[in-house]
Design a protein around this ligand. Structure first.
Ligand SMILES: [Mg+2]
Length: 437
């Protein structure tokens, strides 16, 4: 019998036995069975390691084993060699070079990352029909039904890792547990290139020694509040109890942390759920920009997001602009249309309105990221099409541009205002191809 089972860098099926004394005591855990979605560890959290950086090292052998950062002004991803020196995602390149003088920077190749993501997700979907995507490089997979067909969840995870390595050429770490939360924690703990199975009778033994930052929703502020009370581990959070946590952190956060620290996470793996929003964002780096520059970025984002709405046969009503400033603070502004639409012109008007309303402030504080999300989505078939009152919001124009881009590529046609501007990297996004709600 084993507590956790680690497969790291070739040490396949290595087993980490623990003392049976500590091991037999965790039946004293709270009676959470009624809340659990499964009594066995059948949920996989699979997460590619340093995704963009790994794709670059895969395709450029001279970059392997070296500290690299993918990005322009701002780092989108850093290799493990770079992370070892303290380089992190979202850091600006100058700051990163101070930490890591030998840092090599690589221009992002979004198409290559999208292709790798597509290949990995097709292996996920080939493994089990129960796949819940979290982002372009990670997903939950429920594999409890595969025991006769393929084998135990640990075996399924091992085969999945082998396939991703041999077919896509990338390392993927997998955590296996009875709850989503724990599976995600486990994959984080076993990175890079690891497999970690947390058996049901060893969950709290695994969880409680970890630092509080491993709990979902614990950022720097919450961690500091807890540290003030001498609490640094998940076990100490659990021992504190829900009452004191609520008085320290507020009702929502206190309840949430208390549940996670006791491994109460009843959420099942959910598949085929259509997203409730579609968005895109652009990192802007640190160079000084004008309102016109921001407007250019906004045009591109609206173009891209509206096109994705139309591809998915969906319409939306609410447009949300997301701002990140040079001092790392963030803010959002949103507005809602009178009726749902997928028209580029309508959303552009609405988004511009939001941008201009804060124009002076944005220029003064300097944006490092601009994001646009269209939410409040519904199927396009449910909409009564509005007439183009202003004479320029033509669905035919949008359709004609979509057709051109489908045939000749996204750059085949563009806005005259954006001619000559060098776009920064766009972040790849998951395809929205689920069934209708
Ligand atoms: Mg990842």
């Amino acid at each position: 019998m084993f507590v956790v089972h680690v497969d790291n860098l070739g040490a396949v099926d290595a087993v980490a036995p623990r003392g049976s004394a500590t091991f037999s005591t965790d039946v004293s855990a709270p009676d959470y069975d009624a809340n659990m979605c499964s009594m066995r560890a059948t949920i996989l959290h699979a997460d590619l390691d340093a995704f963009y950086a790994s794709v670059e090292q895969r395709d450029h052998p001279e970059l392997r084993g070296r500290p690299i950062a993918v990005g322009g002004g701002v780092i989108l991803a850093a290799s493990y060699e770079a992370r070892a020196t303290g380089v992190r995602t979202a850091m600006n390149i100058r700051q990163a070079r101070q930490l890591c003088p030998g840092l090599l920077t690589v221009t992002p190749r979004i198409d290559a990352y999208s292709e790798a993501s597509r290949q990995v997700f097709s292996i996920f979907n080939d493994t089990t029909p129960l796949v819940e995507p979290l982002s372009v490089d990670e997903a939950f997979l429920e594999v409890g039904g595969l025991s006769r067909l393929v084998g135990s969840p640990a075996t399924v995870a091992r085969l999945l890792r082998e396939r991703v390595a041999s077919e896509v050429g990338l390392a993927i770490s997998i955590g296996v547990a009875r709850t989503k939360f724990l599976a995600k924690v486990a994959s984080g703990v076993c990175k890079p290139d690891g497999l970690l199975v947390v058996e049901p009778d060893a969950e709290l033994e695994f969880l409680h020694p970890l630092e509080v930052g491993k709990l979902w929703g614990v950022g720097k502020v919450t961690a500091a509040k807890l540290a003030d009370k001498g609490i640094t581990t998940v076990g100490e959070v659990a021992a504190l109890g829900e009452g004191p946590l609520v008085s320290l952190l507020g009702k929502g956060a206190g309840h949430h942390l208390s549940a996670l620290a006791n491994n109460l996470d009843p959420r099942p793996v959910v598949t085929g759920k259509r997203r409730s929003s579609v968005g895109s964002q652009r990192a802007l780096g640190r160079q000084v920009r004008s309102l016109d520059d921001y407007d250019g970025v906004l045009l591109e984002l609206v173009d891209r997001v509206c096109r994705r709405l139309r591809e998915g046969d969906r319409v939306g009503r609410t447009v949300v602009l997301r701002f990140r400033f040079g001092d790392f603070t963030r803010d959002t502004r949103s507005t809602t249309l009178d009726q749902p639409s997928a028209s580029t012109a309508l959303f552009l008007d609405a988004a511009r309105h939001l941008l201009l309303a804060r124009g002076d402030e944005l220029v003064e504080r300097q944006l490092t990221l601009l994001g646009l999300t269209i939410a409040n989505l519904s199927p396009a078939t449910a909409v009564q099409q509005a007439l183009p009152f202003d004479g320029r919001s033509s669905p035919q124009l949008d359709t004609a541009i979509d057709v051109l881009r489908d045939r000749f590529g996204a750059k085949a046609i563009g806005r005259a205002t954006l001619l000559g501007s060098a776009p920064g990297p766009l972040v790849p996004i998951l395809p929205d191809r689920g069934p209708e709600e």
